[in-house]
Ligand binder design. Structure first.
Ligand code: GDP
Length: 196
């Protein structure tokens, strides 16, 4: 797919509002501030796209971007930290879990975490849901430029070995939107998931 052709498709606040469940989809998840918008921007070279997801008052469960008729990128907002009533959060959590469990076209999850704070409870929850659905997860350790090469590599190896029991479904890489580190590695994973 041509990631530069990504176009905003729709936002859904309920599963019933998702586009038809056909073709291929990859979801991006991360705590707020993990660097998700920056990663989507750097991938699509479209600075307006991911900002859509951040418009205040438009916090949605899921944002869909189309790459082609049958290929989509999906932005799962860092909903856990949005300032909304607890009941709304709980409902979103339920819908999100459902989306991850039921969506046929969803081929994998890109899970972004700040290289300086990997595997927070939110990340573990996402991993658990994805693994329960037998879905591959590719972890981006973001803002890799914030650490020196040695410590960044150490974190990569540590996260990788911590998840070794799930090595068939989980992969990990360093990423920096700022320095364009790991761009090709990410594209290779997306290409594989979006075509098979
Ligand atoms: P989001 O909330 O997950 O969408 O995160 P953003 O993409 O908005 O990034 C959060 C903050 O981290 C912003 O201040 C970004 O400028 C910064 N940031 C994102 N990616 C990088 C990166 O690769 N390197 C550095 N140094 N900062 C980054």
């Amino acid at each position: 797919p041509k990631y530069r052709d990504a176009q905003f498709l729709t936002s859904a606040s309920r599963l019933s509002q998702c586009p038809e469940d056909s073709g291929w989809e990859v979801a991006f998840a991360g705590r707020s501030n993990a660097g998700k918008s920056s990663a989507i921007n750097s991938l699509t070279k479209n600075h307006k796209l991911a900002r859509t997801s951040k418009t205040p008052g438009r916090t949605q469960l899921i944002n869909f971007f189309s790459l082609s008729e049958q290929q989509r990128l999906v932005d799962l907002p860092g909903y856990g930290f949005a300032k909304v009533p607890r009941a709304v959060k709980e409902e979103w959590t339920r819908q999100l879990e459902n989306y991850l469990a039921k969506r046929e076209s969803l081929r994998g999850m890109i899970l972004l975490m700040d290289v300086r704070h990997p595997l927070q409870p939110f990340d573990q929850q996402m991993l658990d849901w994805a693994l329960a659905a037998n879905m591959p997860v590719h972890i981006l350790l973001t803002k890799a430029d914030k650490l020196k090469k040695g410590p960044a590599k150490n974190t990569l190896l540590k996260v990788r070995s911590g998840l070794a029991a799930h090595a068939e479904l989980v992969s990990v890489q360093l990423f920096s939107a700022l320095k364009h580190t790991g761009h090709d590695e990410l594209v290779a994973v997306l290409n594989a998931w979006l075509t098979d």
